[in-house]
Design a protein around this ligand. Sequence first.
Ligand SMILES: NC(=O)c1ccc[n+]([C@@H]2O[C@H](COP(=O)([O-])OP(=O)(O)OC[C@H]3O[C@@H](n4cnc5c(N)ncnc54)[C@H](O)[C@@H]3O)[C@@H](O)[C@H]2O)c1
Length: 332
Amino acid sequence: MAVLVTGGAGFLGSHIAEELINMQYDVVVLDDLSGGFLENVPGGATFIKGNITDAEIIKQVFQTYEIEYIFHLAAYAAENLSHFIRRFNYENNVVGSMNLINAAINHHVNCIVFTSSSAVYGNNQLPFHEELPPIPSDPYGVAKFAVEQDIKLANMMFNLPYIIFRPHNIYGERQNIGDKYRNVVGIFMNQILQDKPMTIFGDGQQSRSFSYIKDVAPIIAKSIHHQDAYNQVLNIGSDAVVTLNELAANIASIMAVKLRIEYLDTRHEVKHVHAAHEKIKKIFGLFAETPLEEGLRKMFNWVKQHGSRTSKDFEPLEVTKNLPGVWRKRES
Ligand SMILES: NC(=O)c1ccc[n+]([C@@H]2O[C@H](COP(=O)([O-])OP(=O)(O)OC[C@H]3O[C@@H](n4cnc5c(N)ncnc54)[C@H](O)[C@@H]3O)[C@@H](O)[C@H]2O)c1
């Protein structure tokens, strides 16, 4: 019996895989390394390099291993870039997920755990709570919501048990700081390491709640042991809200550099992301919330050891109309 973690060479997936190994599960990681790194895969996991859109690979994995649970994290989560790569976004994040849902049904897995996103809420009323009707405001959010809906249909039709998490803005060790399209904490740290100003779209007053990885990953991993979590949609993450200006100041202080921000033109994005967590607290009890400064310090200690990362342009872009200027430049 084994647990399949798709995207297990990535940030969140590798931490969840590690937790599952500590819980004595045999872990199989399936990842195409498009955004993850082999060195992230925890020792003790079986690694298979493969793309979830490849139905043949999924078939082979399920023929080779008796998969008891699926943790499905593989996705390209560049929310704001998804407007410009809609076909890739839907193929990778929706069609790929369908291969896993089919396999979960056909092989009678005990539960599929899916990391959706608070992106499904779009510009909804605050705080986002699970009963609000989703109104995603970008293709990435649409993809996540489509997968959620399909998982629910698989549950209705075939009794496939599921747990859907909607995380938001997780940061910490092993996050890819070299992706210029996503993860503002990593982008800021990488820019500072490269002696560049931190770039912010708009006035920096947009607000987010940042969650430290080690507060979130254990809960997702252990959720399969919580019957109350089954067939539920759960927000997960911190309650503490900060603006991007505050985040930038915090990171500059932790990295002991002068605060330098370059404000870019506003882009189309959700202004405030603030989720309610009553539902998850009811099931799992109160859980640790690492203060932002402490979590950022821990991440920076890891970042220092690994150094800055080169950022590549995403290719091919499918739409260039309204592409933020900063994403037009070729830069390292
Ligand atoms: N990090 C966050 O703040 C956050 C917030 C909400 C939701 N999520 C979701 O959590 C999951 C993990 O995100 P992350 O931040 O760890 O990202 P990540 O990029 O570090 O991890 C994703 C992993 O999936 C792999 N992958 C992507 N497409 C693949 C494909 N077609 N086939 C096989 N592997 C593929 C990548 O190589 C990478 O290792 C994603 O589904 C993301 O949408 C993350």
